[in-house]
Design a protein around this ligand. Sequence first.
Ligand code: AMP
Length: 195
Amino acid sequence: MTRLLLIGPPGAGKGTQAVLLAAHFGIPAISTGDIFRSNVKNETPLGVEAKGYMDRGEYVPSTLTNALIRDRLSQPDAKRGFLLDGYPRTADQVAELDKILVESSARLDVVVQLRADNKELVRRLAHRAEVEGRGDDTPDVIARRLDVYDEQTAPLIDIYVSRGLVAMIDGLGEIELVTKRIIEALNARGLELDA
Ligand code: AMP
């Protein structure tokens, strides 16, 4: 049973690492951003509501995000553990996740903080804009997303540090190297495969 959070600014490589780590540990990678994007694409009521916020680089209101995560974590595959990518991002999302975990007598194992400096983040996001064409990877929206992260999400790291849960990882370098760093940090905290 492995329950992980991946926290880091836009462009730090969360999505890429989440998929690799989830495969390694045999748990689902759950990305609120991906779930919102698929709802936007399919023009569901949730997608219609979320789109404006996403296009501006703002956070979708926590009432929507919390309901979405509560539902997703109740699915059978998440009972064996999970890796959350991009949730929680605000203090009230931390509170909601705490509540969900208490209700299922579960606890987090490790919070992986993925770090990269702003210059590298902007460079990566500009590159991703060319490759993926994501609507929120334009220069203005990138700047806003980095600010929103600094204002609302970076402070959450202290909450998890005070709980002794944070593994701080340097997100610079080759993808495989960063994955290796994370797995080593998780092993050092007692998370082994088939443990
Ligand atoms: P991401 O793919 O994680 O960068 O998320 C893309 C966008 O989805 C964000 O800029 C937000 O608009 C929205 N989003 C994703 N996760 C959350 C969350 N936990 N809380 C609020 N909004 C979110």
